[in-house]
Design a protein around this ligand. Structure first.
Ligand code: ADP
Length: 485
């Protein structure tokens, strides 16, 4: 794969145990330097998708009856290889997505750890046995594979999100058709390449890159696909949920966030500033768990804003692959324009731009912008209602904890929330009353563990949780079996 540095990589699709070139090809461009074309990705159309689904369908009974040991061995080996190649995979990731090399390597490690975690889950799949209400009858409840699962993934975690869907799908005996985001074909291809050599039977795992708007609906309409797991935007997610309802298909959605980080007057200032900097701006703010709303007590407000602004002034924005870089580029021109448009909107609404927000011209052509911090914003402004998905955060000043909690919960989203405080009382109350699926105390809203559930409330998530043992809910179906011995 090192030869890929020359720009000659081919990211083909994989189905029925074969690599195929698709109907056409799209360029995979490095957002840190748009002169760097990493490679060409296969863009498949309907016929390839149908073939991949047929292959997954044909392979489903065989894989469903594979032993837990077989699944363990394969998933564990995949995890081992990803971990061994974390530097190279992390580099490919940073090159195509734009997060810093440290973040890219960290994400590749995460993907390896997830495969290892689900290798373990494959050999400890629990069932239950109850006494029947009838004499002499035995009842047991067992978890069975769902069948063919369609996985649709976004660009912001090009290897971790495919991993956290593919690994549990396979661990619990399902077969898979993965449709990754077109902006990041390299990582999906690399994962497919590892899986192709892992001993998985033909057709168990299939990769189909192509246009989401074309392949997504077709995947959902196909009766051979029994479930869809999607991570992406709210509008796309809504459409998928509606279509899955129509086709009576199991569905799991992870979508946006407008995550509040509350900073109370009694917070440790360094902890709060560190959490805000990491939560709002790391990974160029391109995380659904990003701390985009900073809800700050009036007595700490000025100190917090000036300390955070100082950090932003010092933050090195640059090429993702440069070790000095602390914030890489935005993923593409469209996303950069969206970010700049929100900077404009926030200003027009009366927000005060405390720092950044402008496009940066560096020594190479890339999608760079300075991180943006707004102060004096109200929670009903668009900048505090709508997800930007970029390095843009806004401060809402509040007078006390009660107002902070109300502001934090006043959103259509509910993915992650955080509070920085030294008060046990307020921390406990926030954990209980925050209307988010994940709550952090003295930690950034982003940055989660892989062995516990991930997901939110309200418009952020739909369906059962991803990750950790809770993934079993989505990737299995329950059978209740009665026996009269
Ligand atoms: P993002 O901003 O992360 O690209 P999207 O919701 O647009 O959010 O895309 C997430 C994933 O969903 C991508 O893989 C994309 O190709 C796919 N996608 C886009 N439109 C549809 C659709 N109508 N049905 C299913 N998947 C879609």
């Amino acid at each position: 794969m090192a030869s890929g540095e020359t720009g000659s990589m081919r990211f083909d699709n994989y189905m029925e145990g074969e690599w195929i070139g698709g109907d056409s090809r799209v360029e995979n461009v490095n957002p840190s330097d748009t002169r760097d074309v990493i490679g060409q990705a296969a863009r498949s159309g309907a016929a390839d998708l149908d073939r991949a689904i047929d292959a997954a369908h044909a392979a489903a009974p065989g894989w469903a009856s594979s032993t837990p040991q077989q699944r363990f061995d394969i998933l564990d080996a995949v995890g081992t290889e990803i971990l061994a190649r974390k530097d190279e995979l992390g580099r490919l990731l940073s090159r195509e997505e734009g997060k810093t090399l440290a973040e890219g390597i960290g994400e590749a490690m995460r993907a390896g750890q997830i495969f290892k975690f689900f290798a373990g889950e494959a050999v400890r799949l629990p069932g239950e046995r109850l006494s029947s209400i009838r004499p002499g009858v035995e009842v047991d409840m067992r978890r069975e594979p769902v069948g063919v699962i369609g996985l649709i993934t976004p660009w912001n975690f090009p290897i971790a999100i495919p991993a956290w869907k593919v690994a549990p799908a396979l661990a619990y005996g399902n077969t898979v058709v993965l449709k990754p985001a077109e902006l990041v074909p390299g990582c999906a291809w690399a994962l497919a390449e590892i899986l192709s050599r892992s001993g998985l039977p033909r057709g168990v795992f299939n990769l189909v890159g192509g246009r989401g708007s074309e392949l997504g609906p077709r995947m959902i309409e196909n009766p051979k696909v029994r479930a869809i797991s999607f991570t992406g935007s709210v509008p796309t997610g809504r459409g998928i949920a509606a279509a899955c309802g129509q086709h009576l298909k199991k569905v799991q959605l992870e979508m946006g966030g407008k995550n509040p980080l509350v900073v109370l007057d009694d917070a440790d200032l360094d902890v709060a500033v560190g959490a805000a900097l990491n939560g709002a701006f790391f990974s160029t703010g391109q995380r659904c768990t990003a701390s985009s709303r900073l809800v700050v007590g009036e007595n700490i407000h000025d100190r917090f804003v000036s300390a955070l602004t100082e950090k932003l002034q010092a933050l090195v924005v640059g090429d993702a692959l440069d070790p000095k870089t602390q914030m890489g580029p935005v993923v593409d021109e469209k996303q950069l324009e969206q970010n700049l448009a929100y900077v404009e909107i926030a200003g027009q609404e009366g927000g005060k731009l405390a720092f950044g927000g402008d496009r940066l011209t560096l020594d190479k052509p890339g999608f760079y912008m300075a991180p943006a911090l707004f102060t004096e914003t109200a929670n009903d402004m668009r900048i505090n209602r709508e997800e930007v998905f970029g390095p843009v955060a806004s401060v809402v000043r509040v007078k006390d904890y009660d107002e902070a909690l109300a502001v934090a919960n006043d959103t259509e989203f509910g993915l992650s929330s955080g509070i920085c405080t030294t008060s046990l009382k307020h921390a406990s109350d926030f954990k209980a009353k925050s209307q988010a699926g994940m709550v952090m105390v003295n930690l950034p809203t982003a940055g989660v563990d892989y062995n516990v559930p991930f997901g939110g409330t309200k418009a952020s998530s739909f369906g059962s949780r991803e990750q950790g043992r809770y993934a079993v809910e989505f990737y299995t179906t329950v059978k209740t079996a009665y026996t009269q011995p």
